[in-house]
Design a protein around this ligand. Structure first.
Ligand SMILES: [Zn+2]
Length: 200
């Protein structure tokens, strides 16, 4: 009579040849990793295929602003802006679908797609002001949310020479101040009247 254990396959040759648990786990991790990489690649390609790149002269403007960030010592932000970012001039399907919070630029994390709208080039007063906008986008490239990006840019602005004294009347300054007050009001409760900038 056939042993019961064999009838139920407990000691069958097929079972004994099954991969060891550690090998099965490795295979599963490899499969999940390949799937994620492929999905990210396809997602990234779809964003690039539904938008247009910035022109060469615009890229030169961007890199001048990145140089300002480099001189101010923002090394990891500069790395992200130089090597991780893919600069686009028009909205991809994702931006169109979810919208974007401001008129100057938008970043799709974690794919490194940075869309620079016309006001980035035409409304910003100079490369220093564009460097401040790029600092905000670099924070997104590194994974920060909107509030954190606004707070970091406002706290670090004087390192770039982006000060109220020189830029207080520009549109980019006024917009950024308004957005930062809305998201991080605690940065504006200083001074004698309790309404001053805490990070001048
Ligand atoms: Zn933002």
């Amino acid at each position: 009579m056939e042993p019961v254990a064999e009838r139920f396959g407990v000691s069958s040759p097929a079972t004994s040849r099954a991969p060891a648990p550690s090998r099965r786990l490795r295979n599963r991790v490899a499969f999940v990793t390949v799937t994620i990489v492929f999905a990210c690649f396809a997602w990234s390609r779809s964003l690039l295929m539904t938008s247009t790149p910035i022109e060469a002269d615009q890229l030169a403007v961007v890199m001048r602003s990145v140089d300002i960030l480099e001189h101010a010592g923002f090394s990891k932000e500069v790395f992200a802006l130089r090597y991780l970012a893919n600069y686009r001039a028009t909205d991809n399907w994702w931006n169109i679908h979810v919208g974007h919070s401001q008129a100057y630029a938008a970043t799709n994390f974690p794919l490194g797609v940075v869309t620079l709208y016309e006001p980035f080039f035409l409304v910003a007063a100079d490369d220093t002001e564009r460097a401040a906008i790029l600092l905000h986008e670099a924070e997104h490239l590194l994974g920060a949310g909107e509030t954190a990006a606004l707070e970091t840019t406002w706290r670090q602005k004087s390192r770039l020479g982006w000060t109220e004294e020189q830029y207080g009347e520009t549109k980019v300054w006024k917009n950024t101040r308004e957005w930062t007050i809305a998201d991080v009001p605690s940065l504006f409760h200083c001074g004698a009247d309790g309404e001053g900038d805490c990070a001048p």
